[in-house]
Design a protein around this ligand. Structure first.
Ligand SMILES: Cc1cc2nc3c(=O)[nH]c(=O)nc-3n(C[C@H](O)[C@H](O)[C@H](O)COP(=O)(O)O)c2cc1C
Length: 242
């Protein structure tokens, strides 16, 4: 069994797409929030980042920067973030707005479905603010993953470069799947740039975009939790003969 076969998650949902190794890797990625303790070597992370850098970027500007944390460095950052989250949660705000202030449909409905599926899967009532807070806190422990990435972008660039960054981040996560690993992209880290900046020596011109937890999933064959809209909901075709 190859490394990526171990993490092909949901054969039913993937049946439309998993016809070749690339499709299997794409369909096999999911946001993992429970990692086993087994370590990931520096050379594996280097391989992942080396291949991820082949992401396209407008004018090839490659606007990304990644801070890779493991061991004591990861633990120290986690502890500082957790402390900030627990003691001064409203003192930290992201330098960019990730979510719209108001969600129009169909996004509002999808967001509500996400909340219902996510908290149901964890046995947390949506009204249980304390339990939801404890789940959010797990973000800062990188969900137990041995490797945490903090991804930044140069703030002097424009919105187009965020497209490039997204492609790079997706490449990182797919390259992880190709090695039997899983990941979770996390905007939650962006709020805590004031904690991260001095600890990681992030220069002033870089903005914290997100974090990524990465490691071996605790449950290797976990099924995909989050559904996707059908093709008809997001694609319009013109000019094909059939
Ligand atoms: C840019 C970005 C930021 C995200 N931030 C978080 C986060 O802070 N915490 C978290 O648990 N999940 C986070 N997610 C994961 C999403 O909830 C997840 O991608 C979505 O529900 C679809 O599920 P899937 O990735 O398993 O297919 C983020 C995803 C993206 C793309």
């Amino acid at each position: 069994m190859s490394a990526c076969e171990e993490v092909v998650i949901d054969q039913a949902a993937a049946s439309d797409v998993a016809r070749n190794p690339i499709d299997e890797v794409i369909a096999g990625r999911l946001s993992c929030r429970e990692f086993s303790g087994s370590p990931v070597s520096r050379s594996t992370v280097e391989q992942i980042l080396r291949v991820a850098r082949f992401a396209p970027s407008g004018a090839n500007v490659q606007p990304w920067h990644v801070y890779v944390l493991a061991g004591a460095a990861r633990a120290e950052v986690s502890a500082a973030l957790l402390h900030a989250y627990e003691t001064e949660p409203s003192a930290h705000v992201s330098e960019y707005q990730y979510y719209a202030s108001e969600f129009p449909e169909p996004y509002l409905g999808r967001r509500r479905e996400f909340g219902r599926l996510f908290y149901d899967s964890l046995g947390i009532a949506q009204s249980d603010t304390a339990a939801r807070g404890r789940q959010t806190a797990k973000n800062f422990a990188f969900f137990g993953a041995p490797v945490g990435l903090i991804v930044t972008i140069d703030r002097r660039l424009a919105m187009g470069s965020w497209l490039d960054l997204g492609m790079f981040i997706q490449n990182v996560m797919l390259a992880a799947v190709g090695r039997g690993l899983q990941s979770c992209p996390q905007e939650t880290f962006a709020k805590y740039h004031r904690i991260l900046r001095p600890r990681l020596s992030i220069p002033a011109e870089q903005m914290v975009a997100c974090g990524i937890s990465m490691g071996h999933p605790k449950v290797p064959a976990r099924r995909r939790l989050m559904p996707r809209a059908d093709l008809e909901a997001f694609a319009s075709f013109s000019g094909f003969e059939n």
